[in-house]
Write a protein that binds this ligand. Structure first.
Ligand code: HEC
Ligand code: HEC
Ligand code: HEC
Length: 157
C-alpha cells in the first residue's frame, strides 16, 4: 500500500526538520515533501480515474493539522492509508454493510473527497459571498482550489 501512495515522493524535493520536539529524539528528522505528491488508490483498490497530482506546499498556508488531523507533532507517520485510518479500498455502503460516519471515512475515496473537495467548495462559497457583497473585486479573490473531476483527475492515465 505504501508503495502506491508514495509513487511520487522519490521525484520531489523534501525539507527536513531535525528534532522538532524532545520526544522526537536528537537525531530524528521529519522530512516534508515540498512538491507534488501523486495520490493514488491504495492496495487492491480499483483506480478508474487518473491519480491526483497534489501540490503539497501550495497548501502550506493552512495548518498542517488541518489535514494531518491525527498528528501530534511527535510522530513520523503522516500517511492517510495507515491501518485503521483511511485504509478501506472499497465502499462499505456498496457492499451492503452498515455505515457509520467513522466507517464511511475509512473508505479512502470518501475521506479524500470530503476533505479535499470540501475545502475547495467552502472556499468557492466564501468567494461567491464576497463577490456578491462587492467588498472584494473579483480579480482579487483567492484561488479556491479545484472542484471539477478532471481538474484533479486528468483525463489520461
Ligand atoms: C491540504 C492538506 C495538507 C496540508 C495542509 C498538509 N499536508 Fe502534509 N500531506 C498531505 C497529504 C494528502 C499527504 C500524502 C499522504 C499519503 O500519501 O498518505 C501528505 C504528506 C506529508 C508527509 C509525508 C508523509 C509520510 O508518511 O511520508 C509529511 C511529512 C507531511 N505531509 C507533513 C506536513 C507538514 C509538516 C505540513 C504543514 C506545514 C503539512 N504536511 C500540511 C496533506 C496535507
Ligand atoms: C483547507 C483547505 C484545502 C484542503 C483541505 C485542500 N485544498 Fe487543495 N487547494 C486549496 C486552495 C486554497 C488552493 C489554491 C492554492 C493556490 O492557488 O496557491 C488549492 C489548490 C489545489 C489544487 C490546484 C493546485 C495548482 O497547482 O494550481 C489541487 C490539484 C488541489 N488543491 C488538490 C487538493 C487535494 C487532492 C486535496 C486533498 C488531499 C486538497 N487539495 C485539500 C485549499 C485546500
Ligand atoms: C480536489 C480534488 C478532487 C476532485 C475535484 C475529485 N476527486 Fe476523486 N479523488 C481525489 C483523490 C485525492 C482521490 C484518492 C486518490 C486516487 O485514487 O486517485 C480520489 C479518488 C477517486 C475515486 C476512487 C479511485 C478511482 O480512481 O477509481 C473515484 C472513482 C473518484 N475519485 C471520482 C471522482 C469524480 C467522479 C469526481 C468529480 C465528481 C472527482 N473524483 C473529483 C481527489 C479529487
Amino acid at each position: 500500500m505504501k508503495k502506491t501512495f508514495f509513487l511520487g515522493l522519490s521525484l520531489i524535493a523534501v525539507l527536513c526538520f531535525a528534532g522538532i520536539s524532545a520526544s522526537f529524539g536528537n537525531d530524528e528528522k521529519l522530512c516534508v515533501p515540498m512538491g507534488v505528491i501523486l495520490l493514488s488508490a491504495p492496495g487492491q483498490a480499483e483506480q478508474k480515474n487518473a491519480p491526483v497530482n497534489f501540490h503539497h506546499s501550495k497548501h502550506f498556508m493552512y495548518e498542517c493539522r488541518k489535514c494531518h488531523h491525527k498528528w501530534e507533532g511527535n510522530t513520523e507517520n503522516l500517511s492517510c492509508g495507515t491501518s485503521n485510518c483511511h485504509d478501506l479500498s472499497s465502499n462499505p455502503r456498496a457492499e451492503g454493510k452498515k455505515v457509520t460516519p467513522d466507517t464511511a471515512y475509512r473508505y479512502f475515496k470518501n475521506a479524500y473527497h470530503n476533505q479535499c473537495i470540501g475545502c475547495h467548495k467552502a472556499n468557492k462559497e466564501k468567494n461567491a459571498k464576497l463577490e456578491s457583497s462587492k467588498k472584494v473585486l473579483k480579480a482579487n479573490l483567492q484561488n479556491p482550489g479545484p472542484t471539477g473531476c478532471v481538474e484533479c483527475h486528468p483525463r489520461q492515465k
